[in-house]
Structure formats: C-alpha cells, structure tokens
Write a protein that binds this ligand. Structure first.
Ligand SMILES: Nc1ncnc2c1ncn2[C@@H]1O[C@H](COP(=O)(O)OP(=O)(O)O)[C@@H](O)[C@H]1O
Ligand SMILES: O=C(O)[C@H](O)COP(=O)(O)O
Length: 597
C-alpha cells in the first residue's frame, strides 16, 4: 500500500452515501475536541490555582520551582521517569482496550427492560417475544455473542457465528472465559477462514447465515454482529463465481496493493450477502447490526463489506479497479460474467435507501427495517486514552484516528514530533519551528504529512503545558499503517513503528531532564503473525540493542523487529496482552515529560 497523501490528516474520503454523515462526524468531532481542550484549560487553571495556594500538592525546590509530583512521589532520577512513563503508557493502552471489549460495548448500546421485554437501541424500541435470531461474522464476534446471549438469551430462537479458525482455543488460552459461549448456548459456531481467506468452512457458515436471514419473518428481529475479518468469514459468491474464484480475486488484488476499500468494493459486487444483501434477504424482519469498526474512518458500507448497508459501489467501479491494478486479464471469467450482467441491470449507481424492486424477490421496500450501529471504534479507544492520560497529569491531544501509511515512516514522524515537543519544553518553539523540523528531519515522498491544523494543535498543547506548569504531554493517535514486507523476518506494523521511532530519536540527543517514550500496539492483541500486540520504546532502546551487539537498523530492514525486541533487555519492550477479543485497529501514544518544569 503506497503512503497516502497525508498520514494523519482526516482523509477527505467521500462515499456518496456516507459523505454527508462523515462531514457531520468531522464537525461533531471538531466540536468535541475543542470542548475537551476547553475543559482541560479550565481544569488546568483550577489545579494551577490550587497548586499555587497549597504546598501539600507539590514539593518545591530551593529555586521555588514546582517539581511535578506523581502519586505524591517526587521523581528523583531519569531512570525512574523513564520507567514511570512506560508504566503510564501501558496503563493508558490497556484502559483504552478495556473500553472497547465486546461486553462493555454491547452493554453500553443495548438497553433491555426485562419487565416490558423491550429493547432500546439508540432510541429505537423493539418488542422481544422469543423472536430473536442472531448471526455474526468477524474476529471479535464471539465475545459480542456472549454479551448478547447473557442479556437477551431468553428471547433467542437460534444463532450462527462464523469466526476465525482456532479463535475459541486462543481465547481460552488467553484466559478470556468471559468471552466464550456457555455450554448451554443456542449459537452454532463455525470456525474457518484461516489466514483471513475464505474457505469451505466459512462458506458453510455463510450459507447457514443466509438460511436464517431467509427464515425470519415480519415479527422477528435479526441481530447481526460484525467485526474485522468479517468479509472473509461470510463468502457467498454469486454464481457462476465460485469460492475459488473469490479467493483468486482476493489474492490478485492484495498482491497488487489493493486497499481494504478496493477489496470490499469488488467483494460487494460478486457476493450475494455483501453490499446490503443480508439485510435484503431478512426483510421484512427488523435487522439490528452491531458493528465493531476496524476500517479507517468507520465507513459502515465497507466494514466487512457492508452486508446490512445500502451499497454505493457499482460494476463500473470494479472494472476501473481491475484496470488500475493491472489484473483485468487474470481475473476469472466468472467474475467478468457477473460484472457484465450487473452492467446491463443497473444504468447508474443507486445509493437511495429505497432499494429497487429486484426481480428474484419482487419485494419493493426501503431500508427502514435496518438499524446499523457502530458499537466500537478507534475513536472511542482514543477518547478513553485521552481521559486516562489526565489521570497521570499529562496534557493529552488526540492527533488523529485515521493514521495510515508505511509503518516505519509513521514511526519516524512520531520521533520528529517527540523531538520538537522535548525541545519546546525548554525553548520558545513556534509552529514554524515544527514545520521546518518536519521538512529537514522527515525525509518522505509526501509533502503535507500533518495538516496545518494539526501542527497548530501540537504547538498549542506545548504552550498550554508550559503556561500551566504541566510537565507532560500525551499525543494520542490511532489507525492502521501498512508494511511493505521485503525481508524474511518476523514482525508487525506496530513493532516496526516502535523500532523506527527509536532509530530516528537517536539522531539527536534529548535536552536534559526531558524523557520521551512511544507505544504502538494493536487493540486486538496481535501485531502481525507474532504473539506481541506491539512495543513501547524510549530513545535508550538503541543503546540497549547496541550493548547486546544488535544492529537495530538491520533488523528493521529485514522486517525482523519482533526478533530484535525479543532479544533486547529480555523482551521488556514488548506489549503483550494476548488476544483481547476486540479489534478497533491500532493505538499510538507519544508521551513527553520533563522533570524540570
Ligand atoms: N515480518 C513482518 N514485519 C512487519 N509487518 C509484517 C510482517 N509480516 C506481516 N506483516 C504485516 O502484518 C499485517 C497483518 O497484520 P495482523 O495484525 O496480523 O492483521 P490485521 O491487519 O487484521 O490486524 C500484514 O498485512 C503485513 O503487512
Ligand atoms: O472487510 C473486513 O473483513 C473488515 O472490514 C476488514 O478486514 P481486515 O480486518 O481483514 O482488514
């Protein structure tokens, strides 16, 4: 995947159907973060006043400076500070992950009144009366299904889950019993799609799910649980496309550098259940889709290829993609046949909520029977990380929830930000200083890596820290970078970011008394094909590696960052959580703290 035009900026990615929602979201999010910053300013003023008036809250040095305290312990050595920042980062990450665990999310969203047997979801009321059917597909749906069954099991008729091969055993081994179904469960669980590729088991599960969708009727309620990996776990190729043809197209596109949006555009056009097909089949039953987003920007119609969302793609989009990716001739003939057939059927893309009368089912209906609900997103995790940072007296800033681009380059970018913030603590740095630092220190093919607004936000948060006497800043970000794997090593995008960060930080020593650490980890607990979720490093990581005779740059070049992290300091830099049972992409935390303010 090539580096996008801006790693951090909110991408102006517009889907016809979703664009207006996205703009509303951006406006709301902007208001939210301004509100948050206002709150912080107020809180800071309050605490600064309190601090000035009471000696008990801090210890002062002979020069009268207020030394930052942490849990009433005055920091004495930089080693303490380093270890403390690592502990804080790990705690912030874990707190954020806990907030997007399946049980937490489902219980937050579903308001059930057992006396009235009514279920309220975002203000919409449903009457439960042993009329509930549940299907699910994705890496995190077992935990979601357990939460549903705990809450609404009495009304469940039946349920089917399509989950990754080995996930139940892995969750059991990770001690996540609370995310597994009980022996009395009404769910049928079918494991498949190992390596996230559709297979016969996933196909069997998809057919079972299709059968339930066709079985439900007017008075029934179908809950659909969706999370990352759902596309591969719900393969329902439209004849004459076969499962093998679908596999061929997926592999062809992935190898050609297709994005998840590209992949799912094609999947929606050649699959009966994707692109709203599942909800169409369930009509007139009411469908409630509970969605855990692992796609940047949370586009409902692309997460797991949007089986319950109106489809805004077209057969023309598919042909355009095939030619852009240079795979048109390699695509199976059956796929071209389905695309050509659709070209005849639809003259233009229709995103109207009222779907056309389709010949095979002659059921004219709109989408009022469907409620799509985002229950877990990277944004929620980032906001929890934001709040948790305040507990550690850090001044937080959510820089982006749409981080993308080549992992090592994004890791280096965080290093440049770390250097700027560290320097700004002891000098009067300005926005221009950060812009020039990015130009000189950050050699990348892209020009506007950070938006002007984000550069301004970083400069503002530093000034706010200095004027309020806060000794630390926590930059929170999330998203999903990519790795162009060229070496034979073992690693993942978050481990690559951490090692690249450490290498970049080493190019310029930090001012005395200022410490910088960087944590990058996947919320699903697995970074690449490794048992790590990611890593947390300080600039000292490099000297630790060198004392062990390890060349970090060489390990990075061979995509062998997991091995390197395992060898340095007995693997103490790894972030290991085990499979978490959730998946809202990755979290990045840059913490800069000075013990001289
Ligand atoms: N040795 C490696 N070093 C760095 N990244 C790797 C390596 N091997 C695989 N990857 C990356 O890990 C990605 C898969 O990440 P993973 O966390 O398993 O899945 P998901 O993207 O669903 O979270 C692959 O797309 C690949 O880019
Ligand atoms: O389409 C899907 O399955 C998800 O939206 C993204 O899948 P991934 O987790 O395999 O990228």
């Amino acid at each position: 995947m090539s580096l996008t035009s801006s790693c951090f900026a909110f991408k102006n990615v517009s889907f016809k159907f979703g664009h207006c929602c996205k703009q509303l979201y951006l406006n709301a999010y902007k208001d939210y973060s301004e509100l948050k910053q206002t709150f912080i300013k107020y809180q800071l003023k309050l605490s600064t006043c309190r601090m000035m008036s009471s000696k008990t809250m801090s210890s002062s040095t002979e020069t009268g400076l207020i030394v930052p305290t942490f849990n009433d312990k005055v920091l004495s050595t930089s080693v303490d500070l380093n270890m403390q920042l690592v502990m804080e980062a790990r705690s912030i990450f874990q707190t954020a992950v806990n907030a997007v665990l399946p049980h937490q999310m489902i219980w937050n969203k579903l308001n059930y009144d057992p006396k009235k047997s009514t279920l309220h979801v975002d203000g919409i009321e449903y009457i439960l009366n042993n009329n509930l059917y549940v299907v699910g597909f994705g890496k995190a749906v077992i935990g979601m299904a357990r939460a549903i069954e705990d809450k609404l099991g009495d009304h469940m008729v039946t349920g089917v889950l399509s989950v990754p091969q080995g996930i139940s055993r892995a969750l059991l081994n990770a001690g996540k019993q609370d995310m597994l179904l009980l022996p009395s469960s009404k769910f049928e669980v079918i494991e498949g799609a190992s390596q996230n590729l559709p297979d016969k088991n996933a196909y069997k599960a998809a057919m079972e799910i299709k059968r339930i969708a066709m079985q439900v009727s007017g008075g029934d309620i179908l809950i659909v649980l969706i999370s990352g990996g759902g596309s591969a776990l719900l393969p329902a190729p439209e004849p004459p496309v076969t499962l093998d043809d679908m596999l061929t197209v997926t592999k062809l596109m992935s190898r050609a550098g297709a994005t998840i949006i590209d992949l799912n555009t094609v999947r929606k056009q050649i699959d009966i259940l994707k692109g709203g097909g599942l909800a169409e089949l369930a009509w007139p039953a009411k469908t409630i889709s509970l969605i855990l987003s692992d796609v940047i920007g949370d586009p409902l119609d692309f997460i797991a290829s949007g089986p319950t969302v109106p489809d805004c793609t077209s057969p023309q989009d598919v042909l355009k993609l095939f030619s852009e990716l240079g795979i048109k001739d390699a695509v199976p003939q059956s796929v071209h046949e389905v695309i050509q057939r659709k070209l005849q059927q639809t003259s233009s893309v229709s995103c109207s909520p009222v779907s056309q009368t389709t010949e095979e089912n002659s059921r004219p209906h709109d989408w009022s029977h469907v409620q799509n609900v985002l229950v877990g997103t990277n944004k929620i995790a980032c906001e929890v990380a934001f709040d948790k940072s305040l507990d550690y007296e850090l001044l937080p800033l959510i820089l982006s929830t749409e981080v993308k681009g080549e992992a090592r380059e994004v890791g280096e970018l965080f290093a440049v930000l770390g250097k700027f913030i560290a320097g700004a603590f002891i000098t009067n740095s300005t926005v221009n200083d950060l812009e020039s630092l990015l130009k000189t220190e950050y050699k990348t093919t892209e020009k506007n890596i950070l938006t002007k607004a984000q550069i301004q936000e970083i400069s503002d948060i530093v000034n706010m820290a200095k004027t309020s006497g806060r000794s630390g800043i926590c930059i929170v970000a999330g998203g999903e970078t990519t790795v162009t794997v060229r070496g034979e090593g073992k690693g993942g995008r978050n481990q690559e970011m951490a090692v690249a960060f450490a290498l970049k930080m080493a190019s310029r020593p930090l001012p005395p008394h200022v410490k910088v650490i960087f944590l990058s980890a996947g919320t699903d607990g697995q970074d690449g094909p490794t048992p790590s979720a990611g890593a947390v490093v300080s600039p000292e990581f490099l000297s630790l590696a060198q004392t062990s005779g390890l060349d970090a740059a060489d390990y990075l070049d061979r995509n062998d960052t997991h091995t390197l992290l395992s060898l340095v300091d007995n693997g103490s830099c790894h972030v290991v959580t085990g499979l978490t049972g959730t998946n809202v992409m990755d979290l990045h935390l840059l913490i800069v703290k000075s013990n001289s303010i």
